[in-house]
Design a binder for this molecule. Structure first.
Ligand SMILES: [Zn+2]
Ligand SMILES: [Zn+2]
Length: 1019
């Protein structure tokens, strides 16, 4: 994305703008029409003050309102010192923070997240705001040719209630007096680990793998691996302009190569001729760093990346990588007592303790004098997340080797000062949650916690890590749904957030053991967070790449190990055995897994692999009842959690034969060139209306959920996803012909808007694209094909409705077929789209065959069948006496009818007079052994007694004289994560006593109402 200031437009200024030595309170109104073809369009207004104002350290307040709220996507307000080109205070927001009503904003400089607009993290001048003589307000949009207009008034600066930074830790002269190990492994764990390694092959295998992985760490040149000069992570290629994933270390270990344009460093071409003297934090010391001066880039999202390319820093960053295995080397020492590993850990830590205090503070390629000026800045790479992850591992490695005999008292002091105290002083300059990236916060909390233990600093642990603003305990409550789903609704980002917490929760266990019972931290707060992804493991063995989640990002075995060890329930054991091959394990398992696990309860295993709802995600997983492990359908009926979500509405993916066949592209990284395609609506399996993005305020709703032996159904409506629709629904049926043969019926209905485009992404299908016509043009749909994805869709072939073939996508031997049943006005298209999904090979170019169908009259009933079973051979849409869509599916050995009846009375079929279809969703298997499944009625009820003293039990009353027999889920109204699984139902005095599933808790209150969907099977 490019940033472009297009004009300086002033409509009028009411009253006098100028007041002496304070910010003006008068109203500023400005705006204009956006006319450029750029991605993002901006209009700025600069207010000049007659006299400079000192607002240093003060909070800023103002009232703002947009007169064009539907067009406003961006707002920023910046304060510039006299003579300075860069603002020294700035706040910025993408999104709708400024809307149609006049709202008061109070913004605290340096406060990271709790405000909108947020504190600007790039492009700030490093100077106190003592001489402000200009205020620059910018508004922006992503839409062409629209009007923007905004009002800002009541500007003021006042002394805020400042975050009092955690006191700076002074260097000590003697080592901390502490009994090691004190962090994630106890002496008992080490005993257990040694025993496991002696007795079990799986544990021996883990140890051998650890030896393999640490080979480079053990032998790498120490001064190359831990360099004197800084390492830089965020360095793009100045030659081809690609981003920071460009540089690959070459096999000589002494040079890097751009994976895109093959540029080399070091080389004559890219010689680092630039150099500058940089401050080393606030120490007063400085150092000179060299760089290549190239073109100014604005490449990472919207952010300016400057024109300094620290190529030697990027090379050092690659050479630094082997040190990431330091904790593994320490584990080997702990398990075997082999001194060479302890010695190497010692050498690396001592060396690191010498250089780390002399690294500069930087955010991306920009060096800062103090952490105060950029709360994202760190020393290791260009974002403090790099410090947090590595310091935690170094601290654990130190803890495991400290008593090995390798360390003198002097070494210990050097390490404790030069690594742990240095890190704490940097990180604790801000709240633990001071990071633009929410999912980096757990890493900061974890590293601070481990340092707190090793430095024996209870104040740091209690008042910075665990409690207080932005600390761990409030974070757990706020950022995870009750069933453990991470708020970003993406497996990869969940893993990024959770992984550091594995260490933190173990540290808290160790810390708890030292506390009196009544002061202990409540560990049940995180009982679900590591295990939630285990409910999402798909037939290919991985969590689904939905939203910004990378395909084949594996569920970490340690999550299930840790959960079962800390909360040893039958369910957690089943999840462990389902997610992890217990014949293997991780380093964590070697230390923590008790030799003999109990038998897994088959019934619990069945629950995990049957149709279920993940409440926090708003995802339904349909699984067949027979042979459930190889087949699954995910239906995303939910909402838009945040910026790591995709612009998808009522989308689905489908797995069969243990493979993802109807796909969600997933995530290639934030700055990858095809991310724009992969997040777009046209890259999803959904219906898009008038080329618009589904609204971020959408709240989907489930209309049906049905489980029976051969039929699984989920239906939903995309409430509010597109403006002014009368109807926006999808029904998905997963129907089993027999144990191994399944098919998906997809029936959509949209009413309203004008153009509806159905799109479908199936893996494979390259053979469909050849020969590709030379005159291919891009798909034309809506006004902004760059955002809705149309710019990436190259039509290859049109099909007249009467000639629509059965299309097949061959994906390495698995053939998925689409039996589309078009109506007369559909425009059917096969296109070519970008299909690379392998994140480790970002430069790969792959095409996929893409199916779409369009209607132009605001009325669509798209429907078809998708199957990877050879048995299905014909699908047709059959006539109905009423308002319903019925597909007839013919397969080897039988015929099924799948129907959505939109009326509230039963409908009949001219071709099958014996069949009556109830309102809602039905499947009829014809023939003498046939049956009929109906999901038609809803059941309503409410809680009469929450039963506070009984775990997971509630007493409910149903509105009608009904029962909940054969119903697995109830959905609490008015809760986004209100889906609850029922484990058991008993009757007491006309009321029902429900035992909720193990994952659920009592988030609800007395009087709360719920809905359930009834399924009737007629033989
Ligand atoms: Zn390049
Ligand atoms: Zn997606």
């Amino acid at each position: 994305m490019k940033k472009n200031l297009i004009c300086l437009a002033v409509l009028f200024i009411a009253g006098s703008a100028l007041f002496a030595a304070e910010l003006p309170k008068s109203e500023i109104v400005f705006g204009g029409i956006t006319e450029t073809k750029d991605d993002n369009k901006f209009i700025s207004y600069e207010l000049k003050l007659a006299e400079p104002v000192n607002i240093s350290g003060k909070k800023i307040s103002f009232t703002a309102q947009s007169f064009t709220p539907e067009n406003m996507d961006f707002f920023s307000i910046d304060f510039l010192n006299k003579g300075s080109e860069k603002p020294c205070i700035g706040f910025v927001t993408w999104g709708k923070a400024i809307d149609g009503t006049a709202k008061n904003f109070v913004l605290n400089p340096k406060q990271a997240k709790k405000q909108q607009p947020q504190w600007r993290v790039t492009g700030l001048a490093e100077e106190p705001a003592t001489q402000i003589d200009r205020v620059r307000i910018t508004i922006g949009t992503i839409v062409n040719n629209v009007e923007l207009k905004v009002s800002v008034k009541n500007l003021a600066a006042e002394i805020p209630a400042e975050f009092e930074r955690f006191p700076v830790l002074e260097y000590a002269e003697i080592p901390v007096d502490i009994k090691h190990p004190a962090t994630i492994y106890s002496a008992e764990d080490i005993e257990r680990g040694r025993d496991n390694v002696k007795r079990y092959d799986w544990a021996k295998k883990v140890l051998n793998t650890a030896r393999e992985r640490t080979k480079q760490f053990m032998t790498y040149d120490l001064e190359l691996m831990i360099p004197e000069d800084d390492i830089f992570n965020f360095v793009g290629c100045p030659k081809c302009g690609k981003g920071d994933d460009s540089w690959v270390l070459r096999s000589d270990g002494k040079s890097i190569e751009c994976r895109y344009c093959k540029a080399l460093y070091p080389s004559a071409e890219l010689e680092e001729k630039g150099s500058a003297v940089f401050p080393i934090g606030t120490t007063g010391r400085t150092k000179t760093l060299t760089f290549y001066e190239g073109e100014r880039r604005m490449k990472l999202g919207d952010d300016d990346m400057g024109n300094r390319y620290f190529l030697s820093g990027a090379l050092r960053n690659r050479q630094f990588q082997p040190s990431n295995h330091i904790a593994t080397a320490a584990n080997i020492y702990a398990l075997t007592g082999e001194m060479e590993y302890a010695q190497r850990v010692h050498d690396v830590l001592v060396r690191f303790a010498e250089v780390y205090p002399n690294y500069t503070l930087k955010f991306r390629p920009f060096v800062y004098e103090s952490a105060e000026f950029n709360y994202m800045a760190g020393k290791l790479g260009g974002w403090k997340f790099g410090d947090s992850v590595r310091i935690a591992n170094m601290a654990i490695a130190y803890d495991l080797t400290a008593d090995s005999g390798c360390y003198s008292a002097e070494d210990k002091v050097k390490i404790e000062n030069g690594i742990f105290r240095e890190y704490v002083n940097m990180i604790a300059a801000h709240r633990p949650d001071a990071d633009v990236t929410t999912n980096a916060v757990p890493a900061h909390q974890t590293a601070a916690a481990i340092c707190a233990v090793l430095l024996k600093n209870d104040d740091l642990m209690r008042n910075y890590v665990l409690n207080g603003e932005g600390s761990f305990i409030p974070m757990i409550k706020k950022m995870y749904y009750r069933d453990g789903v991470w708020n970003e609704n993406s497996a990869s980002y969940c893993i990024m957030s959770n992984t550091p917490l594995l260490q933190l929760t173990e540290v808290i266990n160790a810390y708890n053991r030292l506390l009196p019972e009544d002061e202990r931290i409540d560990t049940s707060l995180w009982r679900n967070i590591f295990i939630s992804l285990a409910y999402q493991i798909m037939p290919d063995g991985y969590p689904p790449p939905v939203n910004d989640s990378t395909m084949f990002d594996a569920f970490p075995a340690q999550y299930a190990e840790l959960t079962y060890r800390n909360y040893p329930t039958a369910r957690n054991l089943a999840l462990l055995s389902n997610a992890v091959n217990l014949a293997g394990g991780t380093e964590y398992s070697v230390f923590k897994r008790d030799a003999k696990l109990p038998e897994v309860d088959e019934n619990e295993l069945k629950i995990i692999n049957s149709t279920h709802v993940v409440a926090g995600s708003n995802w339904v997983f349909l699984r067949p009842q027979h042979n459930s492990k190889s087949t699954a359908l995910i239906f995303d009926y939910g909402f838009y959690p945040n910026g790591h979500s995709h612009f998808a509405n009522l989308n689905f993916s489908f797995y069969d034969h243990n493979r993802e066949l109807v796909i969600d592209y997933g995530y290639m990284g934030w700055a990858h060139p095809i991310r724009r395609w992969q997040v777009s609506p046209l890259a999803h399996n959904m219906v898009t209306v008038d080329g618009q993005l589904p609204k971020t305020s959408r709240q989907g709703k489930l209309l049906a959920l049905s489980e029976s032996e051969f039929v699984q159904i989920a239906a939903g409506e995309g409430a509010n996803a597109f403006p002014d629709l009368k109807d926006d629904r999808r029904a998905l049926f997963l129907i089993s012909i027999d144990e191994n043969n399944h098919y998906v019926v997809d029936i959509n209905r949209v009413r309203g808007g004008k153009e509806h485009l159905y799109t479908l992404q199936i893996e494979g299908g390259n053979e469909l694209l050849t020969p590709s016509p030379a005159t291919a043009e891009k798909l034309s749909f809506g006004t902004d094909g760059y955002f809705n994805g149309a710019d990436y869709v190259v039509p290859v072939k049109k099909f007249p409705v009467a000639e629509m073939p059965v299309m097949s996508w061959n994906n390495k031997g698995i053939v998925t077929r689409l039996f589309w049943t078009p109506e007369a006005d559909e425009e059917l298209l096969l296109s070519k789209v970008p299909g690379n999904r392998i994140r480790s090979q970002p430069a790969r170019e792959v095409d996929l065959a893409h199916f779409s169908s369009r209607v132009r009259d605001g009325k669509s009933d798209f429907a078809g069948v998708i199957s990877a079973s050879e048995k299905v051979h014909k699908v047709s849409r059959i006539p109905v006496n009423g308002d319903a869509v019925v597909l007839k599916v013919e397969y080897d050995g039988g015929v099924d009818l799948a129907a959505v009846n939109y009326q509230d009375v039963a409908v009949s079929l001219p071709d099958y007079p014996e069949v009556q279809l109830a309102p809602g969703y039905s499947v009829v298997r014809l023939g003498k052994n046939g049956w009929q499944v109906e999901c038609s009625d809803k059941i309503y009820g409410k809680i009469v007694d929450i039963m506070p003293n009984k775990t997971n039990k509630i007493m409910v009353k149903l509105t009608k004289d009904e029962n909940l027999a054969n119903i697995n889920y109830i959905f609490f109204d008015n809760y986004r994560d209100g889906a609850c699984r029922i484990a058991e139902i008993t009757e007491e005095n006309g009321l029902l006593l429900l035992t909720l599933d193990a994952v659920d808790d009592k988030f609800m209150k007395e009087g709360d109402t719920f809905t359930a969907f009834k399924t009737v099977v007629k033989k």
